[in-house]
Design a protein around this ligand. Structure first.
Ligand SMILES: CSCCC(=O)/C(O)=C/O
Ligand SMILES: [Fe+2]
Length: 180
């Protein structure tokens, strides 16, 4: 596992595809991400079709489903609507597991104090966000990514926009944070 780049975000109104780093930058470590339930692997995306390291993660964690989404305005149907939807703060009832095969993307997650942490994802980065965490997704200024979506069993893509505090999974996530 090599490193990942993450930082606390500023709250400027600038285009959300820009980095939004504080000045000076306040980096967030992998350990801090793990403390809020976010896990990360670095893989070789050039061999994803026959990668024993990916196979092992899938087997160990039961990621039986996978597909590949290309996010590009000329290739993804309803691109604008989808990008808007992905950037709405939301949670899912299951873990969100994403593996960047090409291009770049940002995942933003809320920390314990409700601050936004931005996670910069590039080719070869695999990340898992726990069920119940508030988060959002955006492309970077390069406007392109090809990403593998993994899931345990049949995928459920439904997102619940904040506020979604009444869901058991949210309460479970918040309780787990308190114990950690
Ligand atoms: C890169 S996959 C599209 C984003 C998505 O599915 C999601 O739920 C973002 O939070
Ligand atoms: Fe999501």
């Amino acid at each position: 596992m090599t490193s990942i780049e993450a930082w606390f975000m500023d709250d400027s109104d600038e285009d959300h595809r820009m980095p939004h780093k504080l000045n000076p930058n306040e980096p967030v470590s992998l350990k801090e991400l793990e403390n809020i339930g976010v896990f990360y692997w670095k893989l070789d995306a050039d061999i994803y079709e026959a990668d024993p390291a990916l196979e092992k993660i899938r087997k160990d964690r039961g990621y039986s489903y996978s597909d590949i989404i290309t996010i590009d305005k000329d290739k993804l149907p309803n691109y604008e609507d989808k990008m808007k939807m992905f950037f709405e703060e939301h949670l899912h009832l299951d873990d969100e597991i994403r593996y960047i095969l090409d291009g770049r993307a940002y995942f933003d997650v809320r920390d314990r104090e409700d601050r936004w942490i931005r996670i910069a994802m590039t080719k070869g980065d695999l990340i898992t966000l726990p069920a119940g965490i508030y988060h959002r997704f955006t492309l970077t200024e390069t406007n392109y990514t090809q990403t593998m979506r993994l899931f345990v069993g049949e995928p459920v893509w439904k997102a619940y926009n904040r506020p979604a505090d009444e869901f058991d999974i949210r309460q479970k996530y918040v309780s787990a944070l308190q114990c950690a």
